[in-house]
Design a protein around this ligand. Structure first.
Ligand code: FE2
Ligand code: FE2
Length: 167
């Protein structure tokens, strides 16, 4: 079943990214937006991987995407801990943020490095969100996501280096 967006949630993926990047202490709506954005992240990486000719680069992108869905599940678990509410990570077909334009990362060293930068920023964002929570278990779930965003950044830098070595 398609997920219904909270009434005070951004309506598009682009607005959702802008919203979560501007928040330091998330509301429940922000955490729900994060569930949907992370779940969409898997599709974004898969679409980007389709544009990658090198098998190693493709595999690195797909691995990142797989972990984005894990992040969505952890964010959903944090919501459950904090409020008792079920807000499970949706499949791509049920994600309201995947109905419009899907941005695809440029598979060039520069494009991959730019995406790496947003992944490193994602780690810092999760750390700020975790600091704002009183519940230690929910905070640790967000920190675990953040640590893996740094892994994503490193994978993207590795992918950039692979392409550069071929140039
Ligand atoms: Fe993530
Ligand atoms: Fe990531």
């Amino acid at each position: 079943m398609p997920v219904t967006l909270p009434s005070d949630a951004p309506q598009t993926l682009g607005e959702a990214f802008a919203r979560i990047n501007s928040v330091t202490a998330p509301t429940m709506t922000d955490l729900k937006v994060m569930v949907l954005v992370e779940a969409a992240g898997q599709t974004l990486y898969e679409k980007s991987a389709e544009g990658a000719e090198d098998a190693r680069v493709k595999a690195l992108l797909i691995e990142n995407g797989h972990e984005e869905m894990k992040h969505a599940r952890r964010a959903a678990e944090a919501i459950k801990i904090l409020t008792g509410e079920d807000f499970p990570a949706p499949a791509a077909a049920d994600n309201p943020y995947l109905t419009g334009h899907i941005p695809v990362a440029a598979i060039t060293p520069e494009g991959l490095r730019k995406t790496a930068e947003s992944e490193f920023n994602g780690d810092a964002l999760y750390a700020r969100w975790a600091d704002s929570l009183d519940n230690a278990d929910a905070a640790e779930l967000l920190r675990a996501n953040g640590r893996e965003e740094t892994d994503h950044g490193h994978r993207l830098l590795e992918a950039a280096a692979i392409l550069e070595a071929q140039a």
